[in-house]
Design a protein around this ligand. Structure first.
Ligand code: B3K
Ligand code: ZN
Length: 886
């Protein structure tokens, strides 16, 4: 497999201003006619290299002259031509076969419709083209297809005309006024329900918003439409960025590799992130729809108007756009609240985002695929749509936001669009813009050192120590940072210190917040510029030894090491005014207890009592919002806990976590019951708003504690909740409690009933598969049986994810067995034959095999070797497996 290096970047030798594409669409075969005029950038005639994969070349002509096959070079990667001049016209006809396209890259069939997915390198599966983000052109697109099958023919930009041809087919002509890279091209052909809304843009001009979905699902797109309108408003108000098109379309597809795709003016979505109604959709999914609709919409500026020069710069658009969607969601949650309530609402979103980072990105940074947010090399770009590029990338943007503050950050954003609108740029050029503002507001400082975040892989560790001088009334804080080698490229890496914005506060021994004084700065929270390997700060006006509240709001993506007694964590869990750090303290208390019992030590009675007393205080705290309370009373996820064991001991973690759940369920039974009853009282009409969603999630948490502890009233509460539910959060919450902790009869009755109710709704059926995939009672044999269920299909990524991925990732008891590992390898191989991009994601589940306990290591290694030995393995999976075994 060839490795592509960031430093090998060369600009494309030709400029292509205008592209015309004509499609004769049909599922079995589609004819594509491409025409463009190319102009050499330096006036020299150079070979014209066009990417092309899995498509048939039928005809090519240059300046009107047919080129015969002896005069071009065609192989499985593309076509090379010898242009007649430095400027010339090219016309090319090719054929592709959407029906046979199981990779879901390029033009493919989903349901009865045709969809495209081009990012990163799918356009080359549609036609021969320089399929790279720095070649930007204006597109005119003509679509022709059967009028009955494809009454809607959609592409990017504005609809110029829509006609019926003499042969009865439909034809539509689209023009996108903005130059774009090929990865943002899209077309859709099919029959849909459409929801429309006309809005006024910031400049007073009208714009048409449309949401398309399968016929029959049209009543489930109201929420998506609302989210889209909120996204437009939010980007106007918070970022000053207005919709630049007259029409903005979202189309839902049942078969989709990822969440969604930001094609200019024609976003194509996994239907899981469009369709929503109270009956069939959980609160969490409502919020996921909002986040993804926001994300794709925000790409219209951060990604589309300014795009990436090359794929090493992917985080330029993804990190920034994730940061934007996180802020959008937080602002929506905090809407109408102020002060501590708003802070707590935003903290809930922050907690959820940090949990994702820790469960998905920290392990990546500690495994063989570790890479900087701007990678140095890759073999298969689709393997680099990672938690590092997205989530850590967003943290790196967030740190710039923290260093600059909102107003200066927005000034940096304005500078970015002033300099680069319409261009394909690098991460460095983004930081240059932020740096230009930073230097103005912080004379003598710069973001030079900060740029190391783009170069270093690995999760830095920060060690904390504190001394207090009672006589001088000072507290001296010392921080030490280190970033161990990460990934297979990083063996001997020199890693100079990073610029870490480290937010902290202090409490006195009674839990009262202290006002911090440091070199003329004063405040309850201060952000330290932590730039050296070891650095100290002395705070004045501190009469007694303080309790540190560290890394407030998770101001940097690092791990903090600080030894302190449980009692201090308990104090923080009850009193910290920073809601994130407060949650963190409670989590850390529980984590310590779980990790120590997982490692075979019996936790002391005092240690257990501290956790129970803390939970006791929190469950009764009237000041906490329900959503926040649900977070702070939950135990850390298995994945986050596992990540902290060395070697990793999955089965011990599952048991130890379950044991603490049981203890908390038992010790606080009356409180869970009371909470449950109290939250069952109000029955306002369903809304996914923060208050209602918080109440439902807290009620489900209480129900889970009751069931896991075996409290006798639990199952009846769950059965009633299931039967009486008017929304999916209640229904699924009850069913999942029964499936995970109930007796076999309740489990089976619940699952059967759920199937009967929802068998015609694919997104809900995915839940039915997931529930069973992750149930503690499920073993490999049950998963194999479910794979034979008529509703199961490997070809639908959502279905494969709901059963196979959920089982391999989230059923630790069953997957960590010899049969489990063999099953995983078998499914990676099976999936690879259909859809390598998805298979490579499954392969990644155990790329960190070497970190597991000895009894897991050998069979996991054997399973990886089994995959590696498979003939005809895709480049996608090969890259993962080879790196894992290096
Ligand atoms: N930009 C797309 C990613 C699609 C990549 C597929 N290999 C989704 C997003 O981040 O918005
Ligand atoms: Zn994105």
């Amino acid at each position: 497999l060839p490795t592509i290096s960031r430093h090998d970047y060369q600009p494309y030798p030709y400029q292509i201003d205008q592209v015309r594409l004509e499609f004769d669409l049909a599922a079995e075969q589609t004819l594509v006619r491409l025409a463009f005029r190319a102009r050499s950038r330096d006036g020299q005639i150079q070979p014209l290299v066009l990417d092309g994969e899995d498509i048939e070349l039928l005809e090519v002509s240059l300046d009107g002259n047919l080129v015969s096959p002896q005069d071009y070079l065609l192989n499985d990667q593309g076509l090379t031509l010898s242009p007649p001049a430095a400027e010339f016209d090219l016309v090319l006809v090719s054929r592709c076969r959407p029906q046979e396209n199981t990779m879901l890259m390029g033009l493919y069939v989903s349901g009865n419709s045709l969809f495209t997915q081009c990012e990163a390198q799918g356009f080359r599966r549609i036609t021969f083209f320089p399929d790279r983000p720095d070649v930007m052109s204006r597109y005119e697109v003509v679509l022709r297809g059967d009028a009955t099958l494809y009454p809607y023919l959609l592409s990017n930009g504005n609809l110029l005309e829509s006609t019926t041809l003499d042969d009865g087919r439909k034809q539509a002509v689209w023009e996108d006024p903005f130059p774009k890279p090929s990865y943002l091209f899209a077309l859709v052909a099919g029959d849909f329900d459409v929801r429309e809304r006309e809005i006024k843009k910031a400049n007073g001009q009208p714009a048409l918003l449309q949401v398309y979905c399968d016929r029959g699902d049209g009543d489930k797109t109201e929420w998506a439409m609302q989210c889209l309108e909120h996204s437009v408003r939010w980007d106007e108000q918070r970022f000053g960025l207005a919709l630049d098109l007259d029409r903005f379309m979202i189309v839902a597809a049942r078969d989709f590799n990822m969440g969604a795709m930001e094609n200019k003016g024609l976003n194509i979505f996994n239907s899981a992130y469009v369709l929503a109604d109270a009956e069939s959709t959980t609160d969490a999914s409502f919020h996921a729809v909002e986040a993804v609709i926001g994300h794709e919409y925000f790409h219209n500026w951060t990604g589309n108007r300014v795009t990436c020069r090359d794929w090493f710069q992917l985080s330029l658009k993804e990190g920034l756009t994730v940061f934007r969607d996180q802020e959008f969601s937080a602002d929506m949650l905090a809407q109408g609240l102020d002060g501590a309530q708003a802070a707590s609402a935003r903290a809930v979103k922050r907690i959820d985002d940090v949990s994702v980072l820790r469960a998905a990105q920290f392990p990546e940074d500690a495994g063989p695929m570790a890479h900087p947010i701007r990678p140095e090399s890759y073999q298969e770009i689709s393997n680099f749509y990672t938690a590092t590029i997205y989530e850590k990338g967003a943290e790196v943007i967030r740190m710039q936001h923290t260093l600059l503050g909102e107003d200066n950050f927005q000034a940096g954003i304005r500078e970015y669009f002033k300099r680069h609108d319409g261009q394909a740029v690098t991460c460095d050029e983004f930081v240059d813009c932020m740096d230009s503002v930073y230097r103005q507001v912080k004379p003598g400082q710069s973001l030079d050192q900060f740029r190391r975040w783009y170069q270093q892989a690995g999760t830095p560790r920060v060690q904390v120590s504190l001394t207090h001088d009672a006589a001088k009334q000072t507290a001296t804080l010392t921080l030490r940072q280190s970033n161990a080698p990460a990934g297979i490229e990083d063996k001997a890496a020199v890693k100079p210190p990073l610029h870490i914005p480290f937010a902290l506060g202090m409490l006195d021994q009674h839990g009262q917040p202290l006002s911090l004084h440091l070199d003329g700065q004063k405040g309850e929270t201060l952000v330290l510029d932590f730039t050296e390997a070891e650095q100290s700060w002395t705070f004045t006006h501190i009469p007694e030894a303080p309790v540190l509240s560290l890394l407030r709001n998770f101001s940097a993506p690092v791990k903090v090491d600080y030894y302190r007694p449980d009692a201090e964590l308990a104090l923080l869990a009850r009193h910290d005014t920073d809601p994130f750090a407060r949650w963190e303290a409670a989590q850390l208390l529980a984590t310590r207890l779980i990790l120590s019992s997982a490692s075979g030590r019996t936790p002391s009675a005092a240690q257990q009592a501290t956790v129970v007393q803390t939970w006791h205080a929190l469950v009764q705290d009237p000041a906490l919002s329900p959503a926040y309370k649900a977070r702070i009373l939950s135990l850390p996820s298995e994945r986050e806990l596992l990540e902290q064991t060395q070697p990793m001991t999955p089965r011990a973690i599952v048991q130890a976590r379950r044991q603490l759940q049981r203890e908390l369920g038992l010790a606080l039974t009356p409180y869970w019951q009371e909470l449950y009853q109290f939250l069952s009282l109000e029955q306002a009409p369903y809304s996914p708003d923060a208050l209602q969603a918080g109440q439902r999630s807290l009620r489900n948490l209480a129900l889970n504690y009751l069931l896991v502890a075996g409290v006798s009233t639990g199952p009846q509460l769950a059965r009633n909740q299931y039967d009486q539910a008017t929304n999916m959060t209640d229904r699924l919450g009850a069913l999942s409690a029964l499936v995970n902790y109930g007796d076999p009869e309740d489990r089976q009755d619940g699952l059967d009933d759920f199937f009967q109710r929802w068998q015609d709704n694919p997104l809900v059926l995915d839940r039915w598969f997931s529930l069973q995939a992750t149930a503690p009672s499920t073993q490999v044999a049950q998963v194999r049986a479910l794979m034979l269920h008529p509703a199961f299909s490997m070809r639908n990524p959502n279905r494969a994810r709901s059963l196979i991925f959920q089982f391999c990732m989230n059923n630790m008891q069953a997957i960590h067995t010899p049969e489990g590992y063999a099953f995983w390898a078998e499914q990676v191989i099976a999936l690879d034959k259909l859809n390598p991009e998805i298979s490579a994601r499954l392969a990644r589940v155990f790329d960190n095999w070497a970190r597991f306990e000895p009894q897991a290591r050998d069979p996991l290694k054997a399973a990886l070797e089994r995959i590696q030995a498979e003939p005809g393995l895709s480049g996608n999976v090969a890259e993962i497996v080879n790196k894992a075994l290096t």
